[in-house]
Write a protein that binds this ligand. Structure first.
Ligand code: DI6
Ligand code: FE
Length: 388
């Protein structure tokens, strides 16, 4: 006997309006049947609604303090992001604000952002550290992320991004030593992260830095991810793939060799149109090459106070179509099954055995979610079979 049987539904994935099934059953928080009438304690008539797998926002920096609205305004009148970073603004401005905030404050600031995502059907979010940039502050940030996972219903993955940039007044090698020799073991011992990420860019870390970090992170059993190709690639994407990265994120400047390396590995390409949009970038990620090579493409918000103050995965979904040229079906796969794959999660697909994370929408077909910008909210969101 299942707990709930949902019927009269149009269950994704068929993005052309044709549903994969019209009913499903849930027991113990998981889907137990799809498309077959199943006895259950409760029968729920979805009245023809489209049912989507819970959306997965697989790349965010959602824990931050302060804001960078002044830097934003300066950029709109011509200031350059990299120059701001070199002058001690950018990421380092958020680092100062985050160090000054206690755990309680950081949780309180992050909760409304998570609620905003949940309201639009997001059920799982990855959150990176990387605004602490010293051992105590990075651990504080990761503890906040773990607390968010316990204190609200969305599924949360924590990623350690100590290698986000070199903190002010520190030598780069000496800082990376601290990341590898002090932070990583402490984070592993406390179980504070699921993955390790690095920002590979001229204003941040190099390919040899990534090789050192990944070797240590792999020894501790962490999954590996990398920010590559945002402003330049210079072999970073291919190197990340060769080192076993589960995802390469940004990729605006990834070239054919980078795409070939991704295709030869299991890496997911995570596209972040919010940063592209806010920075008014013009160099697009190589979507046609990624598509032709069969590389799975995920789409995420990159929610952060600097380059992507965008707390909406539905907006990122829409932008990935308009700005990057994904088809609506690709974009929808990008916020569901491919995003889950970037997290190594079994979410993002509605099939027997998978978590019962889904949302129900009064729309005729899933493609409407990629097409309409704003004004769309689901009537119900479920995580593990529980309605939010
Ligand atoms: N790439 C980005 O776009 C963000 N981090 C990263 O590695 C920027 C973060 C910030 O400016 O605060
Ligand atoms: Fe990022």
């Amino acid at each position: 006997m299942a707990d709930q049987f949902f019927h009269n539904a149009k269950v994704y994935p068929k993005a052309d309006g044709e549903a994969a099934a019209d009913c499903f059953a849930v027991a113990d928080g998981r889907i137990v049947s799809l498309g077959v009438d199943t006895p259950a304690t409760q029968r729920i008539d979805l009245d023809g609604r489209v049912v989507m797998p819970g959306f997965v926002d697989c790349h965010t920096h959602l824990v931050w303090a302060g804001d960078r609205s002044a830097e934003f305004a300066q950029r709109q009148s011509g200031a350059d992001y990299a120059a701001t970073a070199r002058e001690g603004g950018g990421i380092l401005a958020t680092v100062r604000a985050l160090r000054a905030a206690d755990e309680e404050t950081l949780v309180a600031l992050a909760l409304p952002r998570l609620r905003a995502l949940a309201r639009e059907g997001v059920t799982q979010v990855e959150i990176k550290s990387g605004y602490g940039l010293d051992t105590d502050s990075e651990l504080k940030m990761l503890r906040v992320i773990r607390r968010l996972g316990r204190e609200q219903p969305l599924r949360i993955q924590a990623t350690f991004l100590g290698a986000h940039t070199v903190p002010a007044g520190r030598d780069r090698n000496e800082y990376l030593d601290e990341v590898i020799e002090v932070m990583l073991p402490a984070i592993a011992a406390e179980g504070l992260a699921d993955a390790v990420d690095i920002y590979v860019e001229e204003i941040a870390f190099s390919i040899p830095d990534m090789a050192r970090l990944f070797a240590a992170a792999r020894d501790h059993g962490f999954a590996l991810r990398a920010h590559t190709g945002q402003f330049s690639d210079a072999g970073a994407t291919a190197a990340a793939c060769a080192l076993g990265a589960r995802s390469c994120d940004h990729l605006e400047h990834a070239d054919a060799a980078a795409v070939a390396a991704m295709a030869a590995s299991d890496a997911v390409a995570v596209l972040l149109p919010g940063a592209f949009y806010c920075l008014r970038e013009t160099h697009r990620p190589p979507v046609a090459l990624l598509r032709a090579a069969g590389v799975p493409m995920a789409v995420a918000s990159d929610a952060n106070p600097g380059t992507s103050p965008l707390v909406s995965l539905l907006a990122a979904l829409h932008m990935s179509v308009v700005l990057f040229g994904l088809t609506p079906a690709e974009a929808l796969a990008g916020v569901t099954r491919h995003a889950a794959r970037a997290l190594g999660a079994d979410t993002g697909v509605l099939a027997p055995g998978r978590p019962a994370d889904f949302s129900a929408w009064r729309i005729d077909r899933p493609a409407v979610l990629a097409y309409q910008l704003g004004g769309l909210l689901p009537d119900a969101v479920y995580i593990g079979g529980h309605r939010l």
